[in-house]
Ligand binder design. Structure first.
Ligand code: TYD
Ligand code: MG
Length: 450
């Protein structure tokens, strides 16, 4: 078969094109498509050749479940589903400078102190730089081993020889495999390097952690192209300007997804935040209009977070809608339902919505809290003090029940809240909170009509 001509690959999502184009149809990014050499095609007729049959077994066969390796950083272990699984491949993605190297250095140093053999291979920083950071974090005494290398061949040789239990590769975009003809950081390179390292992880039972930068400029492949290859994907999120960092599991073959670990960036590295609810609530004595406390669930953990809305008269022909930490499409929907079902129009107003503390909320259960914050700001009447709110809103204006109502109420109780607004058909047990149940969004309007 003739060798396929060069192809054009989107460095953000990996979509392949025959011709160059400015915008990727796959992910919508601009200028991310670059020319790459085609990989060697697989010869045809593979099914006709001689292969070796594998043993097939049932589902109830023996499973050896090796113990998870916990670093002792509870928030990190929680995001991994209870610790690192031997022989698994993890991807830790995030914007440059968000703290990926810091958290992994901390985790590796602590794992090594627990007696687990850890190797940290950096292609980004010099050894002296990493040692200086470890000294600042107070981790210099850890028996973890450190190396700096970017050649995949040398890294594999190092790992084969040292046989660690955990290997951290920082970052996958700096590696290059000398059998692939494209620049380090391109989709082909990143995929080839990740594939070899994952194969090593499975073969030797070594946990491999790959660091991947999320990139805006098109010439470096983002971590998205690796998501399907690894067992676990963690993303490090955080708003710039906030101290708080959230490690979120978006995929986990060995545990629950949407589990989060919450950290605070301090001068001594990333510190755990064991009670995130306290962090996402702003302290105030007097209730102010436009703020509502949402009782959410992140992974397995209830988290209370303040939702702030500001509705102000607009002088623009097309009023502004600005959202931080929530989906803007969902905001448009809630406003449309308030308009159509409750007669509350936002047409002549600018609307700003913010989730406090830099958290990103994706649960539909936040609809009711968002609606309450909007109505509160529009009417300039505060939500009663010490009230938590949750519930999904349908297009028909019904307030629909959401999962885990009890866990949400319990967390609110624990943090000293005394009232809750929740969907009528929620299944709840006993609660010391004063519960106001709602079945339609119109009733929310009624709660502000005093
Ligand atoms: P880093 O882990 O290098 O980010 P990444 O590997 O994701 O690119 O984090 C760098 C940032 O963290 C940098 O802006 C400085 C800050 N930082 C602190 O504030 N305190 C610390 O103790 C450390 C180690 C870093
Ligand atoms: Mg780094």
């Amino acid at each position: 078969m003739a060798r396929e001509a060069d192809r054009f690959v989107c460095q953000s999502c990996g979509t392949v094109y025959r011709k160059w184009q400015g915008r990727c149809d796959g992910c919508g990014e601009w200028n991310t498509i670059v020319q790459e050499n085609a990989p060697q095609a697989i010869p045809r007729g593979l099914s006709t050749g001689k292969g070796r049959p594998v043993d097939l077994g049932g589902l109830d066969g023996d499973t050896e479940s090796a113990p998870r390796m916990a670093s002792g950083i509870a928030e990190f272990d929680r995001a991994c589903g209870g610790g690192l699984v031997p022989g698994s491949a993890l991807l830790v993605g995030g914007d440059p400078g968000i703290g990926k190297s810091t958290i992994l250095l901390q985790a590796a140093a602590l794992l090594a102190l627990e007696g687990i053999d850890c190797v940290y291979l950096s292609g980004e920083e010099a050894a002296a730089q990493i040692r200086a950071r470890a000294a600042r974090l107070g981790l210099s005494h850890s028996p973890m081993r450190l190396g700096t290398e970017t050649s995949l061949r040398d890294i594999l040789a190092t790992l084969e020889e040292s046989r660690p239990q955990v290997a951290i590769i920082d970052s996958i975009q700096t590696l290059f495999a000398d059998n692939v003809e494209s620049a380090p950081g391109s989709v082909s390179q990143v995929r080839a390097c990740a594939q070899e390292l994952i194969r090593f992880a499975k073969r030797r039972g070594c946990t491999v952690v790959l660091v991947g930068h999320v990139t805006k400029e098109g010439l470096i492949a983002g971590p998205r192209v690796l998501e399907h290859m690894v067992d676990t994907v963690l993303y490090f999120e955080g708003e710039r300007g906030h101290q708080f960092r959230i490690l979120r599991a978006v995929k986990n073959r060995y545990g629950g997804t949407d589990e989060i670990g919450v950290f605070e960036m301090t001068d001594k590295g990333l510190a755990e935040v064991p009670n995130p609810s306290a962090l996402f609530l702003t302290n105030r004595a007097e209730p102010v209009s436009g703020a509502a406390v949402f009782a959410g669930i992140e992974g397995t953990r209830p988290v209370l977070v303040e939702i702030q809305a500001l509705v102000s008269p607009s002088s623009l022909a097309t009023p502004r809608r600005a959202v931080v930490g929530w989906d803007s499409g969902r905001l448009a929907m809630v406003m449309a339902v308030l308009d159509a079902r409750c007669g509350l129009g936002f047409g002549g107003f600018d609307v700003y919505l913010n989730v406090a503390g830099g958290l990103r909320v994706s649960e539909p259960a936040a609809d009711l809290a968002v609606a309450a914050a909007l109505v509160s700001s529009l009417t300039d009447i505060p939500v009663p003090a010490e009230t938590v709110i949750f519930g999904e809103i349908s297009l028909a204006g019904e307030v629909r029940p959401v999962a885990q109502a009890d866990a949400r109420l319990k967390e609110a109780e624990k943090l000293g809240f005394t009232r809750a607004w929740l969907p009528q058909s929620s299944k709840t047990g006993r609660s010391t909170l004063r519960l106001t149940t709602l079945d339609r969004l119109q009733s929310v309007k009624g709660l502000f009509a005093d």
